[in-house]
Design a protein around this ligand. Structure first.
Ligand code: PGA
Length: 251
């Protein structure tokens, strides 16, 4: 069975003091949670503080983005090695907000994934269709395109080290969660893409997280789907109690 991953994406929220307060409240609530990997992605400025607070706990820290370059004259960018040095073990790549608001392409997602892997980070590569794509019946086409341009461009060995997050754009921050069945269908499609591009064993080992308005009251239903290997949580990861009850969905 694939080990579940529950990851929180804080986006552009939390100061250093708020980060410390979150960890003091959250860490004890999940100290005995052994059924999944727990990840938190704070903003860049709070990564070191989060990593310090996460020391000797079962919580790993993630970046929310990285540069596709190793180093150089790229004002405002942060490299994979810098994230590792600051204490990250994971990094989110190609989040829909990055794709939509900052014009990230499948090509940059592929390059960033390689940088992350090269530095030993575990990339959480996001894919997902917009509401218009879904209404126009283009979900499969969009997911196939994002898969082949991003994760599908890796070697089998590289691919076996990534996580994919299926995040339908229409469900992010909208309170409109995908039904467990809709999410499972999309996960099956992505797993099929992995099987066609790589191999069935590689596809079966791939962990696919669902993201988009995951809350304490819908996590159980989502995780009841065998296809869903965890969750990428935005808004509900900002509050320690709410994120802990998502992590502890089995309780
Ligand atoms: P949400 O965000 O849980 O607030 O919908 C999910 C995400 O953007 O990863």
């Amino acid at each position: 069975m694939r080990r579940r991953v529950i990851a929180g994406n804080w986006k552009m929220y939390k100061t250093l003091a708020e980060t410390r307060a979150f960890f003091s409240a959250f860490a004890p609530l999940v100290a005995n949670s052994k059924h999944c990997d727990i990840v938190i992605a704070p903003p860049f400025t709070a990564i070191s503080t989060a990593a310090e607070a996460a020391k000797n706990t079962n919580i790993a820290v993630s970046g929310q983005n990285i540069s596709w370059s190793k180093e150089g004259a790229f004002t405002g960018e942060v490299s994979a090695t810098m994230l590792v040095e600051a204490g990250c073990r994971y990094v989110i790549i190609g989040h829909s907000e990055r794709r939509q608001l900052f014009r990230e392409s499948d090509d940059s997602v592929a390059k960033k994934t390689l940088m992350a892997l090269g530095a030993g980070l575990i990339p959480i590569v996001c894919v997902g269709e917009t509401g218009e794509d879904r209404d126009a019946g283009l979900t499969e086409e969009v997911l196939r395109r994002q898969f082949s341009g991003g994760p599908g461009a890796l070697t089998p060995e590289e691919f076996s080290r990534i996580l994919i997050a299926y995040e339908p754009v229409w469900a992010i921050g909208t309170g409109r969660t995908a039904t467990p069945e809709i999410a499972a269908d999309a996960h099956r499609l992505l797993r099929r893409c992995a099987g066609e591009r790589f191999s069935v064993p590689i596809a079966s080992a791939l962990r696919i997280l669902y993201g988009g308005s995951v809350k304490p009251d819908n996590i159980k239903g989502l995780m009841a789907q065998e296809e869903l290997d965890g969750a990428l949580v935005g808004g509900a990861s900002l509050d320690p109690k709410s994120f802990a009850s998502i992590v502890n969905f089995t309780a």
